[in-house]
Structures are given as C-alpha cells and as structure tokens.
Design a protein. Structure first.
Length: 401
C-alpha cells in the first residue's frame, strides 16, 4: 500500500464503512449464497423496500431504498433474505470493539460505519494509513469487508471511504483536501440532498470546487443557514472532533413554529413528525424508553410539560404515538396558540415482556418491527428524507435534544 507520506503532521481521522453490510452478513452466514445476488428487504408483493443489496445484485441496478417489486424485476434470480437486525447488531458490536482496541476516540454514526481519531502521538506513533490497513484486515478476518477513508477531518474521510468501494483504502494527505474534493459532484457532500443539489446546479454550482468558491452571502442565499458551513466543508475544512458516544439520558426533538398554531390537525400532525423522528433516533442508538414526555410552549411563552411512564419500554412510533396524542389531548385545548411543541422519551431499559400501552401482553410485533427496521436501514444510509410517512407537512425550526 502506498502510504503517500512518511509522516502525518496533522489530525488523522478514519471513516470505516462496511461494504453492503446486511447482505454481506447474510452471505457470511449462508456460504452457499456467496457470489450470488443477495437482496435484504421486504417482500415484493407487500410493498417492501430494499434494505441492502450485495455487489452482485448491484450489477443489475438494485439499490437500497428501491421498492422491492422494482428490484425483483431487475434481478429476478436474486436470493431474498428478511432483515435480521439482532444478528447485524451482534456483529456491529464486535466490530466496534475492535475499533476501540485501536483508539478510544470512536464515534459510531450508524450500525455499519464509524469515525476513528488515529492522530499519531508518542503513545500511538502508528501511521494513519497503517491503522486503516490494520482495521481492514481485522474485518477481513470476520469474513466481512469494509472500505476506509483516511484524512484530516470527518467530511473528507467520509467522502474518501466511498471513493474506492468495495474493500478500498483511500488516503487524502494533509494539504490535499481541497484538490481531492474539487472535481466531485456537489451532491457528494454529506447533507446536500436532491433538492439542494438541483438548486445549486441551476445556479451553476456543479462541483465541490464550485461550491468552495462561493462567498458566505451567496451560499446563504442558495442554501440558507447551512450555506457557509457547506462552503467550508467543500474546501476540506471541518473542525468537528470525533466524539465518542456517552450515556444518553433522554432522546427528544422540538418544533418551534414560525407562527402560532391553534388547530388540532396541525398540532397533531407536527406531533406525529416529532414522534417519528425520536423513534428513529432511539433505534439508531439501540434504546427503548418507558417514559414519554410532551412539551408545550404557548403564545405567551408559558411552558408546560406532561409525561407518563408505562410498564414496557418502547421505540416504535406506532407504540409511542398513542401515548403522545393522549398526553397532548389532556394538556392542550384547540384554539390556544402554541409556539413550540416537543416530544421526548427517557427511562431507558429493555423490557422482559413486550407490553402495549394498556399493560396487555403483545404476542407478535415482529412483522411491524421488521418493516420499521428495514426503513431505518434505508434512512441510515440515504438520510431521513429517503422514506417519509404520509403525514401533513408543518413548517418549523427543529432542535434536537
């Protein structure tokens, strides 16, 4: 491997991205499927969605987030496997433990990717490229595959890890960040979705090099408040640290309405969106909570918080929403102006028995959970906007807790 430079006189960040992780796990556990097109996802005749596709299936045009019916038409001879998230999490935990043997600075951002700070020091003089090769070798020993980006910051490392898939290592040396990014399409930058990319291209901004040349005012005009930061990252400037996960006490989300809302339908539509966002974040963190909280701030800035604790821990929107609606209907009267609405879950733990909100035992939620987790996989890979629930849209500023 060409290290590129004998020393690394800067911060060093790895982005490790597992290659077709869910499909690769299925091929690992079913050796007879190796070399065959494998699709993980819901059934085509039940409006399923592709959660993952092996590289053999991708050659037929199959992609994550694609409707299963379309994937079946493109690759009729594929092997279909239902998602097994307990197994994927088991291997994800093992892989994360390997990362933490190398450095304590590990930030897991999804079930199949993480950032590692491997900046050389007196205690760890290893070159970052050698650290990347070592990680890749450890993953190989598990029978899986990963691609690694090596750079001086998160943004460049993440883009680099996708540059030579599968099983690639892409090194962007200190001082070469802007040159590496410049020719890439503008939607390569994390956080730039289809709508923003279309607006930028309409303004003549087609590459990251073009974006990096924008002045802050122009960037704000095209992209809003995210514009100036996006310009910096397009130039390879990203000072965010690798932040190891800490114990989470609660997971919450808030909406601040642009104008006070008074109608039941509008308020409950906003609450549904908050519940959906929080439920997704709970599952990404591997958390389930028993205490549900709704926060209301009225037009006169009076704030009211109501909560209820249930027998069983929950993480599905379909479990949390009835509780949230019950709380808000008891705490707020239509016609009273609201300027902020919040929803949160706390009291984390794993229930010994799955219970519904009324304490009755639930015998089978596996089908709904499998569907939800398949959607989670797509969102984790392609962003929360990849699949949306059919609820009314409410314009608001969002804050995470």
């Amino acid at each position: 491997m060409d290290i590129g430079c004998p020393t690394w006189p800067a911060r060093a960040v790895l982005h490790v991205d597992m290659d077709a992780f869910f499909a690769a796990v299925e091929q690992l556990d079913h050796p007879e499927w190796r070399g065959l097109p494998v699709i993980v996802g819901g059934a085509a005749d039940r409006r399923g969605v592709v959660a993952a596709a092996s590289y053999e299936a991708r050659r037929f045009g199959v992609r994550s987030a694609m409707p299963s019916a379309q994937a079946q038409r493109l690759c009729p001879d594929a092997v279909w496997a239902p998602a097994r998230f307990d197994r994927y999490r088991e291997l994800s935990v093992r892989i994360l433990a390997m990362f933490e043997e190398l450095t304590p600075a590990v930030e897991q951002i999804s079930i199949d990717e993480a950032f590692l700070d491997v900046t050389p020091s007196a205690h760890r003089p290893q070159h970052p490229a050698e650290a990347a090769a070592g990680i890749q070798g450890r993953v190989d020993e598990l029978g899986l595959s990963c691609s690694v980006g090596v750079a001086t910051c998160k943004t460049v490392a993440k883009i680099a890890s996708d540059h030579d898939k599968p099983h690639g290592i892409t090194i962007v040396r200190p001082g070469e960040e802007a040159a590496f990014l410049a020719p890439l399409p503008v939607d390569t930058l994390p956080g730039i979705g289809n709508a923003t990319a279309t607006a930028l291209r309409s303004a003549g901004i087609r590459t990251l090099g073009d974006l990096a040349k924008l002045d802050p005012a122009s960037a704000s005009g095209l992209m809003g408040s995210a514009g100036p930061v996006s310009v910096e990252r397009a130039a390879g400037l990203d000072h965010r640290p690798v932040a190891p996960s800490r114990d989470v006490k609660s997971v919450s989300n808030e909406h601040t309405f642009s104008t006070d809302v008074r109608e039941r339908d509008e308020v409950e539509a906003a609450l549904r969106r908050l519940v959906e966002k929080v439920s997704v974040r709970l599952r990404r963190k591997g958390l389930q909570g028993r205490t549900v909280t709704v926060k209301l701030r009225y037009a006169d800035f009076t704030t009211k918080t109501v909560r209820q604790t249930f027998p069983g821990a929950m993480d599905l929107a379909d479990e949390l929403l009835p509780a949230a609606l019950d709380l808000i209907r008891g705490a707020w009267t239509p016609g009273a102006g609201l300027r902020l609405l919040g929803f949160g879950v706390s009291g984390f733990g794993v229930p010994s028995t799955q219970l519904d909100l009324f304490g009755d035992e639930v015998t089978d939620t596996s089908k709904s959970r499998a569907l939800v987790e398949s959607v989670d996989a797509v969102r984790a890979r392609f962003g929360d906007a990849a699949i949306l629930r059919g609820v009314p849209h409410v314009e608001a500023d969002e804050q995470k807790g």
